[in-house]
Design a protein around this ligand. Structure first.
Ligand SMILES: *[C@@H]1O[C@H](CO)[C@@H](O)[C@H](O)[C@H]1NC(C)=O
Ligand SMILES: *[C@@H]1O[C@H](CO)[C@@H](O)[C@H](O)[C@H]1NC(C)=O
Ligand SMILES: *[C@@H]1O[C@H](CO)[C@@H](O)[C@H](O)[C@H]1NC(C)=O
Ligand SMILES: *[C@@H]1O[C@H](CO)[C@@H](O)[C@H](O)[C@H]1NC(C)=O
Length: 380
């Protein structure tokens, strides 16, 4: 089972036994013998690399309560109030016992935890809070690819997808998050999500007036269709292109939505260039898309500027970009000029990043000139 869950279970036990809260008077050594420190040390790489922390990681507290709710009470035989009356010697004795207990304790398998979470989510007589906890647990579990692959086998994917239409926006948000995480770089789960018909719902959800819901829905849409031709075809036929265009041209939309939309445009163009034998969608060959993308460079967010330049680089390479290139590619020069000026004003601490982005500006400019020369030489 996952390290995180193991350490959490350990923490639950220690807390339930009253050991952690009474550890201080005896030099904090109470938990020293146990692998307690790993609770904090165990960071999740995959959560750090992207803005998936956007919505905040499910609270540890929520997980603890959930885990306690599913613990075997017979195993929690020591009582907190007993511990408080103990002398230092007795406490040390208890610590030894506890250590043995933890060693002997059988930790539930991921499959068992998944089943509990799925059953809870599917049980309409449970409270909203229970449903939240079940989803938070699933969010952690599906990060492991084996668990993500098991989700559908256990009937869980259908349950999560059904909850995308829950009346509670928090539930909808976490459902989208679970789907996005389970299908990220996982063609098997991508196909399952598509077959269960979740993509149109997710596309709709991006228009939610709840920002977090919109962000997680867009994350899920991107995960489900990434490098997946079926998904991409469905994306276009369900109006995903208009949805993205709407987000890009909405100046007041959250910056995280802008970043994700631009990345999605870049990914779609890249997929078209590298893998697709289909005609280029008209989506790419219009200033209705390119101009709002370029306008985002007005932001002083370097990450966003970088993503715009990467997307523009891919867009410029498409065959259908040629008519736009002849006409100045929807104001590319002006945007690059403005960006260069902005980048030169960057503070010292962002200088290196700004230099990288400036390099990317140059690349885009060279590519544009190269394409322009090529297009101009074609006799008309
Ligand atoms: C606390 O720790 C110090 C040094 O580690 C030790 O000398 C002292 O006896 C300890 N006190 C108790 C109450 O265990
Ligand atoms: C749903 O939850 C209730 C309350 O915990 C429980 O009594 C019931 O058996 C559960 N239903 C199913 C189908 O698991
Ligand atoms: C969810 O509950 C319904 C009945 O409410 C049941 O038919 C279905 O099998 C359950 N799904 C799972 C995965 O347990
Ligand atoms: C633009 O985004 C804002 C903020 O998220 C939202 O309130 C508004 O409805 C959006 N406008 C359109 C036309 O989608």
């Amino acid at each position: 089972m996952g390290r995180r869950l193991l350490t959490i279970t350990l923490f639950v036990l220690l807390t339930a036994l009253g050991i952690l809260s009474t550890a201080d008077p005896v030099n904090n050594s109470a938990s020293g013998g146990l692998s307690w420190s790993s609770v904090n040390g165990d960071t999740d790489e995959s959560l750090n690399d992207h803005d998936e922390l956007d919505g905040g990681f499910p609270s540890l507290d929520g997980m603890l309560q959930w885990a306690i709710g599913h613990s075997d009470p017979a195993k929690l035989e020591l009582k907190a109030h007993d511990v408080q009356k103990l002398s230092a010697d007795e406490l040390q004795q208890r610590q030894m016992e506890l250590k043995e207990l933890v060693e002997k304790l059988e930790m539930p398998s991921d499959a068992k935890l998944m089943k509990i979470a799925i059953d809870d989510l599917n049980n309409s007589s449970l409270s909203l809070e229970d449903h939240h906890r079940a989803l938070e647990e699933l969010l952690v579990l599906v990060e492991a690819i084996d668990n993500a692959n098991d989700l559908h086998k256990m009937g869980g994917l259908a349950v999560v997808i059904r909850q995308l239409t829950n009346s509670d926006s928090g539930i909808r948000t976490t459902c989208a998050w679970v789907i996005g995480k389970a299908s990220q770089n996982n063609p098997v789960v991508q196909e399952q999500v598509l077959e269960l018909g979740a993509l149109p719902t997710l596309i709709m959800m991006v228009k939610s007036r709840f920002t977090e819901e919109a962000i997680k829905a867009l994350y899920a849409v991107s995960s489900v269709i990434r490098n997946n031709q079926n998904g991409i075809d469905l994306f276009y036929s369900e109006g995903g292109d208009l949805m993205v265009q709407g987000v890009l041209s909405n100046a007041t939309a959250d910056i995280r939505l802008h970043r994700r939309s631009v990345s999605l445009v870049g990914d779609l163009a890249e997929h078209q260039l590298e893998y697709s034998s289909k005609p280029e969608p008209s989506f790419f060959s219009s200033c209705a898309l390119v101009r709002p993308v370029l306008d985002l460079t007005k932001s002083d967010d370097l990450d966003l500027q970088e993503k715009v330049l990467v997307a523009v680089k891919n867009l410029l390479k498409l065959k259908s970009a040629e008519p736009l290139i002849v006409d100045g590619f929807c104001g590319l020069n002006g945007a690059l000029e403005r960006m260069r000026h902005q980048l030169q004003q960057e503070e010292e601490d962002r200088r290196d990043y700004a230099t990288d982005v400036e390099g990317l500006c140059k690349e885009v400019n060279l590519l544009y000139i190269e394409k322009l020369n090529k297009v101009s030489q074609v006799p008309t």
